[in-house]
Design a protein around this ligand. Structure first.
Ligand code: GDP
Length: 138
């Protein structure tokens, strides 16, 4: 069993996609082990995306991520890091495979509906960033 961090970004929440995104996970047998809705502060967004702080889009990305509520989840399942990335699709929705969340709902390379950890090390950091062990079931 593996865990990963998933975020429904502000654009996904605004487009009323919370149910749709969770349904796509659950339809694949992926379990939600923790969930909460919150609005990030600028500091919290900068800490979460610290690996990107030298990128030209860093300020724009943190502004976007603080622009409205998000839904943060711990997902659990076999090979869930890779499977979630597959369900999400490529960062740029124009390059995402058909039937993926980003291809179906994203409108912009930045406003791309969902976040998902990309490796076991980042999953561990990102889950710990948002949840303590008592908040995760299973
Ligand atoms: P991810 O793992 O697929 O989310 O992609 P990255 O880790 O490379 O980038 C993190 C997030 O930054 C993406 O999901 C986008 O929201 C945003 N992003 C990535 N590349 C760009 C870009 O070229 N321009 C802008 N404005 N945002 C970007």
């Amino acid at each position: 069993m593996e865990r990963t961090l998933s975020i429904i970004k502000p654009d996904g929440v605004k487009k009323n996609l919370i149910g749709e995104v969770i349904k796509r996970f659950q339809d694949q047998g992926i379990t939600v082990a923790a969930i909460k809705m919150m609005q990030l502060t600028q500091k919290q967004a900068e800490g979460f995306y610290a690996v990107h702080k030298e990128r030209p889009f860093f300020n724009s990305l943190t502004d976007f991520m603080t622009s409205g509520p998000i839904v943060v989840m711990v997902l659990e399942g076999e090979d869930v890091i890779a499977r979630n990335r597959k369900l999400m699709g490529a960062t740029n929705f124009k390059e995402a495979d058909e039937g993926t969340i980003r291809r179906d709902f994203a409108t912009d390379i930045e406003q791309n509906v969902v976040h998902g950890s990309d490796a076991p090390e980042t999953a561990a950091f990102e889950i710990g960033y948002f949840f303590n062990s008592m908040e995760i079931v299973g």
